[in-house]
Design a protein around this ligand. Sequence first.
Ligand code: SAM
Length: 245
Amino acid sequence: MNLLVEVHAGLERQGPGSTETTLKALGFIDGIERISKVADLGCGTGPQTMVLASRLAATVVGLDMFPAFIDVLTASARARGVADRVKGVVGLMDDLPFDRESLDLIWSEGAIDSIGFKRGLAHWHGFLKRGGYVAATCPSWLTDERPAVIERFWLDAGSRLDPVERNIEAMQQCGYAFVASFALSEACWTDNYFAPREAALEGLLKKYPGDGAVEAFVAENRREVDLYARYRRHYGYVFYIGRKI
Ligand code: SAM
C-alpha cells in the first residue's frame, strides 16, 4: 500500500475541513428536500459524505480512486445503517461513471485541484441536472502577494493555486451561476487535519525504523505544516458553490 494511503486510511479526514464547514456550504443550496442523487467526488474515507447523508434524504455516492478509502466509507455506511443509500465507488473524478444529467448535487472537498478546478467543473457539468448544484473546496490564493515557495510546493504536489476571483470566473465560464464562496478556517487545517496526521506519521516512523522512503515522506508532510504556519495568510482552501444554468 502506498504511504499516503497507509497514513490517511485511519484518519477521520484526508484533508482540511470540518462538519461545520460542510453544513455551512450546504446552507447555500436551495430546495435541499428535493435533492435525490448526490455524488461526493474524491470522498476519501467519507467524512463529508456522512454529513451529507445525515442532512439529505438522498442517495449519496462517494467516489475515490483508492479502494482502501472506499472500503472505510462502505464499512461506516453499514455501521450507521445508511448502506441502502450511501454507496462507495472506486473511480476517477475526470471520468465519471454516472448517467448524464442524473445528479442534483456534486460535492467535492479537497480533491478537485488534482484534476484542475476548471477542468473538473467542465467535466462535471454534464452530469448535473439543470439547476443542480456543485460545491467544491479548492486551495486558492487569498492575497495579492503570492510567495514563490508556496506556488512551487503546490505545483510539485500536482496542483496550482489561483485567486478566488479567477476561480469564480472559471466557474461561470463552465456554465454555472456563482452562488457563494468562503474560506475555510485555520482550525480546519491545523486541528482537524495536521494534528491527527502528525500522530499517524509518528506511528509510521515507529513501524518502519530507518526506512529512507518513509523518512522522506514524513519530512515532506512536515514541510507542508511548516509552510502553512508561515504563509497561511496568503492561501487556504475556499469553498465554491455554483448552480448549473
Ligand atoms: N474529501 C476527503 C476529505 O476532505 O477528507 C478527501 C480529501 S483528500 C485531500 C483528496 C482525495 O481525492 C483523496 O482521497 C484522493 O484519493 C482523491 N483523488 C485525487 N485525485 C483523484 C482522481 N483523479 N479521481 C478520484 N479520486 C481522486
